[in-house]
Design a protein around this ligand. Structure first.
Ligand code: CTP
Length: 402
C-alpha cells in the first residue's frame, strides 16, 4: 500500500529521534519514497547523514539552503508529498503548527502542504497532559490532522506514563489504516443535518432545544476524512468546521432546514439527519418585542414539517439515515421510526444515559438497518461513533448493491 508513496517524514527534536531512523528504514522497506526534514534540534540527537543513508535522499534542515536554483525547496517538497508524518512530534512543533508559525523549514513546509498530515507526539508525561498542548492538539485535530497517540510506558525523562513515541510499525499501521479509510466514501455525496432549530416568537424570544450539533459536525468531519463530498445543513450552533470537502449551509428554523435539505437532496447519495428539529413552532410570530400583560400567557403551537418523514416518502436511491433521541423503550420507538419514516437505517440514542446525547463529546448508540440487524456501539467520542456508523452505512450500501 505504501509502494511508491511520497512520504515527507518530519523529525523534531526529542530523544525519540532514534526511533525515527527505524521508521525511515521500515517505510523504505515497504516501498515508500521518503524525504526526511529535520528541525535544528533534531540534528542534535542524530546526524542527518543517518537519515540520508536510510532514505537514500537528501535531508532538509534549513529553509535557505536552496540546492536547486530552479525550485523553492520547501514549496517543492510540500507539493511533492502525498503523506506527511511528524515523528517524533514535540510539544513545541505541535504548538507552533496550531498557531500557523512557520519559522523553520519543517513548519514552513507543513503549512504549505496539502498532504495528509499524521502527528506522532513524543514528550514528557506532564507536557503531554498540559492544557496548552492538549488545546493545541485539539485544534489540529479539528483541522483534519491525524494523531497517532503516544504509548504509555517508561519515558527517557525517568517518568512512567503517556508520552512515548508509538512504535514505528504501529505508526505505519495507523497511517495505512487511515489511508484505506480515506477512500471509503470517495465519490459519494453526503448530506448531513446538525444542531437544533430555533422557532422564533418575536425579535428576542424563541423556542429551541439542547442540541449542540456536535454529533452532526462529527459526522461531517468523519465523512470528509473518508473522502466524501459533504454538505452540512446546520441549525444555530457555536461550532466551526474547516475542511475543503465540507460545504456548510446555516439555517435557523425547521422550515429553513426543510427547504435546504430538499434543495440538496436530489444530488445526495447518503443523507444523515442528526438534527434535533423542533416538532412545533409558535402559530403567531411578532415583528416587535411582545410586551408583558397581566395574567397568563398561552402560546399556541403548530406542527412543523417532519423533514425526515418527507425525505423518506420522497426518496429515490438515497441511503437515508435518521436519528431517534429517546429516554425510554428506545429500541421499540427507534424501530417504529425506521419503518414509518421509510429509512435505510436509524441511529438510536438513549439521551438520558451517562455520557450520551446532548452537549457531550461522547455518545452511546445503537445502529439498526432495514434488515433489523442491530449494532451496539459503546461509549466513544462522537467522532469515533461517526466513523463507525459511516463504515456500517458503507457496508449496508454495498450489501444492497449485491
Ligand atoms: N425529524 C425531522 N423533522 C422533524 C422532527 C424530527 O426531520 N420535524 C427527524 C430528526 O432529524 C431525527 C428523527 O426525525 O432524525 C427523529 O427525531 P426525534 O425527535 O427523535 O423523533 P420525532 O420523529 O420527532 O418523534 P417523537 O417526537 O415522537 O419522538
Amino acid at each position: 500500500m505504501l509502494q511508491n508513496k511520497k512520504i515527507l517524514l518530519g523529525v523534531s527534536g526529542g530523544i525519540a529521534v532514534y526511533k525515527a531512523c527505524d521508521l525511515t528504514s521500515k517505510l523504505v522497506q515497504q516501498g515508500a519514497d521518503v524525504r526526511v526534514m529535520m528541525t535544528e534540534s533534531a540534528t542534535k540527537f542524530v546526524s542527518p547523514l543517518t537519515f540520508q543513508a536510510l532514505s537514500r535522499n537528501d535531508v532538509y534542515i534549513d529553509t535557505f539552503d536552496e540546492k536547486d536554483p530552479r525550485k523553492i525547496a520547501h514549496i517543492d517538497v510540500a507539493d511533492w508529498a502525498e503523506i506527511a508524518i511528524i515523528a517524533p512530534a514535540t510539544a513545541n512543533i505541535i504548538s507552533k503548527l496550531s498557531y500557523g508559525i512557520a519559522d523553520d523549514m519543517l513548519t514552513t513546509t507543513l503549512l504549505a502542504t496539502r498532504a495528509d498530515v499524521y502527528i506522532a507526539p513524543a514528550m514528557n508525561v506532564h507536557m503531554y497532559a498540559h492544557p496548552a498542548v492538549m488545546e493545541n492538539m485539539k485544534k489540529l485535530d479539528k483541522w483534519g490532522h491525524h494523531f497517532i497517540e503516544p504509548g504509555a510506558g517508561y519515558l527517557a525523562c525517568g517518568y512512567v506514563g503517556k508520552g512515548r513515541l508509538e512504535e514505528p510499525l504501529s505508526i505505519i499501521e495507523a497511517v495505512k489504516n487511515h489511508q484505506k479509510n480515506a477512500q471509503l466514501l470517495s465519490g459519494k455525496k453526503i448530506l448531513i443535518s446538525a444542531g437544533p432549530t430555533r422557532e422564533v416568537v418575536d425579535p428576542v424570544r424563541f423556542f429551541s432545544n439542547r442540541s449542540t450539533g456536535r454529533m452532526g459536525f462529527a459526522f461531517a468531519e468523519a465523512a470528509a476524512s473518508f473522502g466524501a463530498e459533504v454538505t452540512l445543513v446546520a441549525g444555530p450552533v457555536e461550532l466551526d468546521v474547516h475542511h475543503p470537502n465540507i460545504k456548510r449551509i446555516d439555517v435557523v428554523s425547521a422550515q429553513d432546514m426543510y427547504d435546504a435539505m430538499w434543495k440538496e437532496f436530489a444530488s445526495a447519495d447518503i443523507v444523515i439527519k442528526s438534527a434535533a428539529v423542533a416538532d412545533y413552532r409558535p402559530k403567531a410570530t411578532y415583528d416587535e418585542k411582545m410586551k408583558k400583560q397581566p395574567g397568563e400567557y398561552v402560546v399556541e403551537m403548530e406542527r412543523t414539517q417532519d423533514i425526515l418523514q418527507s425525505l423518506g416518502d420522497g426518496k429515490k436511491s438515497q441511503f437515508l439515515v435518521g436519528f431517534a433521541a429517546e429516554t425510554s423503550n428506545i429500541l421499540e420507538y427507534g424501530q417504529k421510526k425506521l419503518k414509518n419514516k421509510h429509512l435505510d437505517a436509524i441511529v438510536i440514542n438513549d439521551v438520558s444515559a451517562e455520557g450520551a446525547g446532548f452537549g457531550h463529546d461522547t455518545n452511546i448508540v445503537t445502529y439498526i438497518n432495514k434488515q433489523l440487524n442491530k449494532e451496539e456501539l459503546p461509549l466513544a467520542s462522537k467522532r469515533n461513533i461517526a466513523e463507525q456508523i459511516l463504515t456500517l452505512i458503507q457496508r449496508d450500501m454495498k450489501d444492497e448493491r449485491q
